[in-house]
Each structure stands twice: as structure tokens, then as C-alpha cells.
Ligand binder design. Sequence first.
Ligand SMILES: [Zn+2]
Length: 418
Amino acid sequence: MFVFPPRPEPTPRSADIHLMRAQNTATVARLAWERPEGISRADIGRLSGLSASTVSTIVAQFLESGLLLAGQVTTTQVGRPPRILYFNYDHNHVVGVELGAAHVTVALCDLRGEIRWHRSEEWDVAGDPEGAIARIIDGVEAARRRPEARGRTLPIGLALPCPLDDRNPDQLSPRLFPAWMGVRLAERLHAHFGLRVIADNDANCGAMAEAWAGVGRDGADLVYIKVATGVGAGIIVEQLPFRGADGIAGEVGHTCIDMNGRRCRCGLQGCLEAEIGSSALVDRVREALAAGRPSMLAGVEPLSELEIANAAVAGDEVAREIVSDAGVALGVAVANLLNIINPTKVVIGGRLARAGEVLLAPLRATARARAMWTSLERADIRLSELGPAIIARGAAFHVIRGALIYLDMFDEGTVPVR
Ligand SMILES: [Zn+2]
């Protein structure tokens, strides 16, 4: 994850007391945020271990700022009935942006991370950085102008279609996106909006969305695999993304599936992505058409994994065969992930996942045949159900999580909507 501009460190002299106060305040905010049904001051005290007077002071601040709302007095208990407090999920709004290789998606979310509005546009992001940045700016402005946008805008959440390089985080991978060489995206967005930008890899954002709003809500360790133009995975361990030393963890698309396979755009040989990424699938369709096989994909332009997935669902034999083979390859990768990480949930998302069972059935069968039974036993392999804006939503979750830790983020948005 990359935050631009970085947050200032607390000054050493006041650090301890400042940090403790900030942690207490954030704890109260988080307890209320986690309970849409409401929470009493007494329960906040019991769950946090904070004294009644500390809870009372913090709650008073939040009621004043409007982050908490006081609800009805409950009458179910003996003695002085507690007033229930509710987190005000409409106090601010968050805009999450997904930058794909060929699209820009913008989602306006409330503080629960529920999508209130979203827009997705096809765009040659890989080949046209300036056009893509213009689409992002236009989308974020459109989101902030929506009637659903309440309060100030929190930092912008940004999902990027490549791993973030710790040494040069504000830049898309020059190897995978050569046209973006030298383009500092977060800096550009910050300069335009005056908002902090919190960026992460797209699969990590998808995994965050699944952890916070999808199959991982029960706290399960999970892997989210995005199968689209490229293939990547986000790994959630104890409700947070596992990144590894250099942020590369989860790059399942660039693990070797065929020692003698095709050369991948990353420079390695036999990568999963070189077998089932968009361009590999499109090549296979073209080969089938050139061999004279009938298919509804003949003449379809532009052709991507999305059209192939849709044709597979519609029963096209060529598309079904290609998607099914992709499912087998993905099943091998999932089996390896099960043995290495042992998650209880594996969620398949991205545009190829729209092929549904055509992809999932061979994937499950292969994973079953190749994973150790102990890692397979409890593993639930399924399709994502969070919809097409899941990645942008996950980017928004990063921001909400940050805001619940650094509460001053709720007051950051300074530049009015143009
Ligand atoms: Zn590769």
C-alpha cells in the first residue's frame, strides 16, 4: 500500500500520550463502526477496557462532530436505560478508483463501504496514461457531485493493475506498463484534488472487499484471484492483506505453470498469466477461427476475456473449451495456493469469472485432484458475488480503514468540487 503524501510521524516528546489518546479515540470509532445495530456507552467501555469517563469524553466529541448519532433510549434493562449510539455512515463519502489495463471504474461509497453510485468506462489505460488520468479526474468529480455524496471526501482510494514497487511506489510497473514510465499518478491526483491518495494493487483491493463485505466477513483467511487482462491474487491473513517483503505476495499470475511454456510479458517463462491472461485466450480463439471452427466470436472486435466468458455461458463450443482449459490451469495454481497458504476461502473474480460454472467446475476438480486433502478439506472455492465494482470498493475500504485509524482523515478534504 502507498499513501501520498505520507502521513506525518508524531513528534517524539508528545508521541506516547498523543498516540494513546489517538488509539483510544480510534477504538471507540471502530467499535461503533462495526455495529450498525448500535452500541451503548457501557458496551463500548466493556469491549474496549476504557474507563467510563474516557468513553464519555470521546463519545461527546463524536456526537458534536456528527460521526456518532444518539438513538432511542432502550427500555429492556433495569435501572437507567442506556442511550444507543450509531455510527453515522453518511458523515463522509469515499471515492474508490479502479485502474484496469483497459478500463477505469469509479465508485462512490458511504462509510460502510456500500456503493452508492459507480461508473465504468472502457479505456486504453495501458497505452494512454494522459487520457486515463483525465477519465479518473472526470469520474472522481462526477462522483463528488452526486447527491449521494455526503460530507467531505475522504482520501481517494486507488487500485492499480500491477504490483506496487516499494522503491518507486507512485508509478505503474514500467515493465508491464511502459507508456506510464515517469507518470506519478498519486502525485497528480493529489495536486488536482488536494486529497491524500491511498493506493494498492487491484487484487489486494478485491481481497479487502471480500474480507470486509464478502465471504471473509467471518474473519476467514482468504485468497481473492482476479482473472482479467492479467491474473493476480490478494491474500488476506487475519483480516489484513499479506504483502511480503516487497509487495509481491499474491502474484500468482507470474508463477510458473509450464516449465517450457510461453514467454510472459513480465519476462519470465511459462507464467499462469501467459496461459490464461486475456491475450493468451484471444490468441486461442483466433487459432480456432483460423482452423475453421465455427464460433459466435467470429468477427467480434475488440475481443477480450469478457466476450469469451459471455460466449462460453451462451454455449459456444470454442469459448467453452478455452475457458474450461483456463479453469484447469487456474485449478493447478489454486491447489498450490491451498498447499502454501491454507486459506479457508478462495474467491475467483475478474471478468473471466463471468463464465461461472464453465470456469469454476474444472477449476474445482483440478484443485481437488492436486491439493493435499488437509488443505482442501475446509477450502471453499467460489465465485465472487460482490459485482463489477468490487475492486474500486476495496480501494474505498482501504481508505475507510485508514480513516478509522487516523481519525483526522475525516476532516481532510479541502478542495471544493469543481
Ligand atoms: Zn509472468
